[in-house]
Design a protein around this ligand. Sequence first.
Ligand SMILES: Nc1ccn([C@@H]2O[C@H](COP(=O)(O)OP(=O)(O)OP(=O)(O)O)[C@@H](O)[C@H]2O)c(=O)n1
Ligand SMILES: O=P(O)(O)OC[C@@H](O)[C@@H](O)[C@@H](O)CO
Length: 451
Amino acid sequence: MEPGPPGGSRPAERGPCLSSPPGADEAASASPLSAARAEPGRRPPAVAAVLPAGGSGERMGVPTPKQFCPVLERPLISYTLRALERVCWIKDIVVAVTGENIEAMNSIIQKYQHKRISVVEAGVTRHRSIFNGLKALAEDQPDSKLCKPEVVIIHDAVRPFVEEDVLLKVVIAAKEHGAAGAIRPLVSTVISPSADGCLDHSLERARHRASEMPQAFLFDVIYEAYQQCSDYDLEFGTECLQLALKYCHTKAKLVEGSPDLWKVTYKRDLYAAESIIKERISQEICVVMDSKEGEEHIGRLLEEVLKSELNHVKVTSGALCHAGGDLQQIILEQCYNFVCVNVMTSDFQETHKLLTILEESNLSILYPVVVVSVHFFDVKLVPLSQKMENLMWIRGFAKEVRKRNILLYGLLICYPQDEQKLQESLRQAAIIIAALIKERNSGIVGQLLVA
Ligand SMILES: Nc1ccn([C@@H]2O[C@H](COP(=O)(O)OP(=O)(O)OP(=O)(O)O)[C@@H](O)[C@H]2O)c(=O)n1
Ligand SMILES: O=P(O)(O)OC[C@@H](O)[C@@H](O)[C@@H](O)CO
């Protein structure tokens, strides 16, 4: 139980509170949201989300509030917005930011093409920020373009790794129980210190859980709770589920969440978030075949070696010919790593064509796209001066496309070689390509590496 106001008293009741969520009985038979959508005539609940993003991030220890700190050169909050936007049944997303950050927030929405986002002013505490978000959704706000949802999700803006399944679980549970929240096993044991700073008692870890986000509520339940909330709770409270219990006698359903629901709080969490994002966008490579007659087989060889060397990575291939038709599909499927194969040519036409397609696709708005321009060249035919010229070209071009968040690297592979030597070169190339994709090191773009 959250501590009551010290010596204070609970404010006079401001009207009856819901003793049980509305329609709890028929809600009990509520089928999953997605199924409800499928059942003819059944109305899935209108769902909105409130993202408190008005904190200062003191524990992060940097001047920029952590929700705006860059991860792979993109603000952390943009990843959370993207995660919620991907869920088509969340109709409105309300973000609460401080007045001084409203302009920055609107710029992020515009730059990363976020949709269905409304921005409200945050409060001086997280609960007050959430309350401001709820007020924006309540119908009793003049000229609001938002409509009151049946269920509202509350999710910290600094928890970027939220998936649709846990959102669906808490929404369905909230529709049935009035409130629901994600929980995780405790990692450390919780202890209660005595006044003299010694151990008073410890809680049995197995019988307790950590309260995480997302949480979801019948809108009327949580809005009523915030309206009845004491100033003490608004000032010092940290748990929305507790407000629903304390002021609306609504016992939240607890939903087991995944390990990725953690909140970015300290600087180490930013590094962890970057590693997770890099890992997720490195799961697929597209080998773009040389479209010249008779040269495709070498691209196939490289594709096979990549598949065998990088067994956790999905390797697909596409051809640039037919105006990149099959490539468009791969880009649409959000592949962020391309290996462009050029055989016995020192020009970069194929790579140039690929980069143009990528730039036109806007694929790199959200995540850095890696392009490795691989050149199989005959060391006896290509003089050093030519290789230096290539190096200058790729450096210049890499600098250009870097502005579009495309990281271009060059890789030279001697060719032809006897079968064994070629296989070894291809294996080395696969290792180099994997490292470039995993690290996405913008410091070495434009370099010509040799396998
Ligand atoms: N007045 C506040 C304080 C916090 N939050 C938001 O609530 C979420 C979780 O809070 P927390 O992790 O504590 O963020 P900060 O308060 O920024 O962190 P710190 O306590 O380290 O300052 C964050 O998205 C934060 O932006 C908010 O909307 N309004
Ligand atoms: O206390 P903080 O503001 O860091 O975190 C706020 C919430 O995320 C935290 O209280 C969760 O346990 C969910 O209630």
